[in-house]
Design a protein around this ligand. Structure first.
Ligand code: 5GP
Length: 207
């Protein structure tokens, strides 16, 4: 019996400092057939970030060429840098039979919505403004002005939760991962997703 089911595209958005990258990296480790999409960005690598691992790091000129060539499923300017999801990479991954998760900002999520591409959108919220501020200050890799800018943007972003299918609060890392994994598993069990497999089973009932 084939394992073929439909392939799902998940989007995870959250304000900077919510811990979405850690959450999603852990999610893909504990969930089979779920791959994390690697974005392109024009920003420089930070700390021990590596090209082809954390992001595909490209120059701004190269990124703009890729926009011109229509290579992105979506892209956005986030805090002055360009970030984008490569359409071809996403399609290839989905065609290989895996589900794909994009960790993208609210502008990118809006763009994917306008393409009409079926997807499941999940918004991760911090437990409160104060907790988010503490987390951003705790990371201490940004200047005070940059932290204040991130908090201002976060105020606008949290209001977007209504445009998402699911909302998950990152109050505890493991719990947050479990909740998102539960969403992935539930989406995979939807009737339309299970249809091909179910019909295959039904055929075994035919005389
Ligand atoms: P950072 O520079 O901290 O890694 O990411 C900054 C922001 O860019 C985060 O909100 C992250 O989700 C978002 N981001 C990362 N990759 C993409 C992408 O491919 N598209 C969009 N629209 N946003 C992205």
């Amino acid at each position: 019996m084939s394992n073929k089911t439909c392939c799902l595209l998940f989007i995870v958005s959250a304000p900077s400092g919510t811990g979405k990258t850690t959450v999603v990296e852990r999610l893909v480790r504990v969930t089979d057939r779920l791959k994390l999409s690697r974005s392109y960005t024009s920003r420089a690598p930070r700390g021990d970030e590596a090209d082809g691992v954390d992001y595909n790091f490209v120059s701004r000129a190269k990124f703009e060429d890729m926009i011109e060539n229509g290579e992105f499923l979506e892209y956005a300017d986030v805090f002055g840098n360009l970030y984008g999801t490569h359409a071809g990479d996403t399609t290839r991954c989905l065609e290989s039979g895996d589900d794909v998760v994009l960790v993208i900002d609210v502008q990118g999520a809006r763009k994917v919505r306008t393409t009409g591409l079926p997807h499941v959108a999940i918004f991760v919220l911090p437990p409160s403004y104060d907790v988010l501020e503490k987390r951003l200050r705790g990371r201490s890799k940004d200047s005070d002005a940059a932290i204040r800018q991130r908090l201002d943007v976060a105020r606008e972003e949290v209001a977007m939760f209504e445009q998402y299918d699911y909302v998950v609060i990152n109050d505890q890392l493991e719990l947050c991962v479990e909740r998102i994994k539960a969403i992935v598993l539930a989406e995979r069990s939807k009737q339309q997703c299970m249809r091909a497999k179910a019909l295959e089973i039904l055929r075994t009932f035919q005389r």
